[in-house]
Design a protein around this ligand. Structure first.
Ligand code: GRF
Length: 202
C-alpha cells in the first residue's frame, strides 16, 4: 500500500476524493498524515473525521523550524508520496529534498497556462475567462522549488461554456480535479507512472 501524506490549507475536497478512493478500494493506498497551516481548515476536520493523523503546523506555530517540523510529521507516519491539495504555502527545502520526485500537486488549469505565482483559486478561472479561452482543465504535476513548473503527470480538458462565470467554471473544473488526482495516484500505485519510491518500503 502506497502511504500518502497530504498538505492542505482550506476545504480539502481533493484530499477527500483521494481518501474516498482509498476507502472504496479503487486506489491501493493509505492516507497516513495530513498537515495544514490553517487550524480551521476543512482539511484538518476531514482528516480527524477519517481518523487520519492531523497536524496544524504553520510559520506562527513553528517559525524557522517549520520545514523541519513538517518533514518530521511526514516521516513519523512513513508517508511515501506527498499530495499537495490546495496548499497555499511554498514548501521548505527540507521536504523538497527528502521527497524529491514524490511530491504531487493539482492545479485548476491546463499548465503551463495560467500557472505561477499569484495564480490560485478563483484568480485562475477569472484569468481563463478574461483571456477568452475555449477550454480550461486540470493538471496533476510534480512539485519542485518553482510554482507550478514540475513535470506534468496528467491533464484533462474542461470546456469553457458561453455565459460561464468564474464560479461555474471552477465547479466544472473541480469535479474533474477530484477524478483526475485519484486516477493519477492509481497509475502511480500500479507503477504505470514511475516515481522514485524509497527502497525500504514497509
Ligand atoms: C483546487 O482547485 C486545486 O486545484 C488548487 O486548490 C484547490 C483546492 O481545493 N490547488 P480543495 O481544498 O481540494 O477543495
Amino acid at each position: 500500500m502506497l502511504r500518502l501524506g497530504f498538505l492542505a490549507s482550506h476545504t480539502g475536497s481533493n484530499m477527500q476524493a483521494i481518501i474516498d478512493a482509498c476507502t472504496a478500494g479503487t486506489l491501493a493506498a493509505e492516507p497516513c498524515v495530513v498537515v495544514s497551516n490553517n487550524s480551521q481548515s476543512g482539511a484538518l476536520a476531514r482528516a480527524r473525521q477519517a481518523n487520519i493523523a492531523a497536524y496544524h503546523l504553520s510559520a506562527q506555530t513553528h517559525g524557522e523550524a517549520l520545514g523541519g517540523a513538517i518533514l518530521a510529521a511526514l516521516q513519523r507516519h512513513r508517508a511515501e508520496v506527498i499530495c499537495l491539495a490546495g496548499y497555499m504555502k511554498r514548501l521548505g527545502a527540507e521536504v523538497l529534498t527528502a521527497y524529491e520526485g514524490r511530491i504531487l500537486n493539482i492545479h485548476p488549469s491546463l499548465l503551463p497556462k495560467f500557472g505561477g505565482q499569484g495564480m490560485y483559486g478563483m484568480r485562475v478561472h477569472e484569468a481563463v475567462l478574461a483571456a477568452g479561452e475555449q477550454e480550461s482543465g486540470a493538471t496533476v504535476h510534480l512539485v519542485d522549488e518553482e510554482y507550478d513548473q514540475g513535470r506534468v503527470l496528467a491533464q484533462e480538458k474542461v470546456p469553457v461554456k458561453a455565459g460561464d462565470a468564474p464560479e461555474t467554471l471552477q465547479k466544472r473544473v473541480l469535479a474533474v480535479e477530484h477524478r483526475l488526482y485519484a486516477a493519477t495516484l492509481v497509475r502511480i500505485a500500479a507503477g504505470k507512472i514511475p516515481i522514485p519510491l524509497p527502497h525500504c518500503r514497509a
